[in-house]
Ligand binder design. Structure first.
Ligand code: ATP
Ligand code: MG
Length: 346
């Protein structure tokens, strides 16, 4: 294990700035003294775009490549046309650094508001494919703007791309106590892509006899997320289905203030990037109201990815203990960060 972490920090826009400061506070508190933490901040996002018209210049992409990992707050502002920062920055990073695993854990912590009755056990991880599907910009429009317009958005699925994410999901399932992996797709209608996914899944499953497997159509999966979320352990799915079901997963596990994610390159060839699922929340930015917990849980994912398992677990335990003691009175962003930093320093 490396005893130094060279971290790139992209606070971004709105509450991104506020929550990243708390993430770094907890990171500093949890790391043992012999681990050298170096951070470099990158000014990217809406303000930068307004100032210079740039989203992610090649020189900064190259510089980011030199880091062990990236911590991102949130990118986006209503003043920037939709798509500019998503394509020019977020998707550009995801493709350039080959973040083919999008990791989104869902855990129901104590004392959190879930719309589900009976508070079932919820503790699952969605492994969403990150570089293929309908997100590659493959498509077009004919007779645009006329009543005869035809638009296509092609879903790209390669044997290489599907197999590597399915293998990653099997390895993650095997490492968890329940060892269960569910493939979510829609292979009764999307037969070509669906069969590639199902055949690949079955082929890799033969190498993991100790992992229990299951297949669900995505529509059925959304029902079970609400009626039987405890049946899930690890889920692997394509880019678009993963996008949708992970928002649903966040909603049933206490909401957006707690949802963490990682854009992971498991090979380590490029740095992985960790970020809260929520956006820049312009409606509450600058007021010290944002809950930094999702960012702090993203720091835990970052540490686990870099091999600091004990430190990652300490953060998750601190969050769990802190939530159990929250009495419903609103606390400031800073106060939550201080409380968690205090707990992990232990
Ligand atoms: P994006 O397009 O960037 O995902 P969005 O419009 O989907 O943004 P968010 O920025 O995530 O939405 O905000 C959605 C709602 O959730 C807003 O009302 C916001 O105030 C609230 N919210 C988001 N993150 C937090 C947080 N960390 N703490 C408290 N409230 C939050
Ligand atoms: Mg959003």
């Amino acid at each position: 294990m490396s005893r130094s972490i060279n971290l790139a920090v992209i606070p971004g826009d709105g509450i991104g700035q506020e929550v990243v400061a708390q993430g770094l506070k907890v990171l500093n508190a949890v790391l043992p003294e012999d681990v050298k933490l170096e951070t470099k901040e990158y000014d990217l996002g809406a303000r930068r775009w307004h100032r210079t018209g740039e989203t992610l210049p090649d020189a900064e992409l190259e510089a980011l490549k030199q880091h062990d990992a990236i911590l991102l707050g949130a990118i986006g502002d209503p003043s920037v046309p939709s798509g500019v920062l998503e394509r020019g920055l977020l998707l550009k990073l995801r493709f350039a650094f080959d973040h083919f695993v999008n990791l989104r854990p869902s855990k129901l912590f104590p004392n959190t508001a879930t719309p589900l009755a009976g508070r079932p056990e919820i503790d699952f991880v969605v492994v969403r494919e990150g570089t293929e599907g309908p997100y590659t910009g493959n498509g077009g429009s004919l007779r645009t703007g006329t009543p005869a317009e035809v638009a296509t958005e092609v879903s790209v699925n390669t044997a290489y791309g599907v197999e590597r994410v399915v293998r990653d999901a099997f390895a993650r399932a095997q490492a968890r106590p329940r060892k269960k992996l569910t493939l979510v797709h829609k292979n009764n209608v999307l037969v070509f892509a669906g069969h590639l996914w199902k055949n690949t899944f079955d082929k890799v499953a033969a190498e993991y006899p100790d992992v229990a497997t299951d297949y669900l159509h995505v529509d059925a999966a959304t029902i079970f997320f609400v009626t039987q979320p405890e049946r899930f352990d690890v889920i692997v799915t394509d880019n678009l289905f993963g996008d949708i079901i992970t928002d649903l997963a966040a909603a049933v596990t206490g909401g957006i203030g707690l949802a963490a994610s990682g854009n992971v390159n498991p090979t380590g060839e490029f740095p992985s990037m960790f970020e809260p699922v929520h956006g820049s929340a312009p409606d509450i930015a600058g007021q010290g109201k944002a809950d930094p917990t999702a960012t702090i849980l993203s720091v835990a994912l970052l540490l686990r990815h870099l091999g600091y398992e004990a430190e990652a677990a300490r953060i998750e335990e601190a969050v769990s203990a802190d939530l159990a003691e929250r009495d419903g009175t609103a606390r400031s962003t800073d106060a939550v960060g201080d409380a968690l930093a205090g707990r992990v320093a232990g």
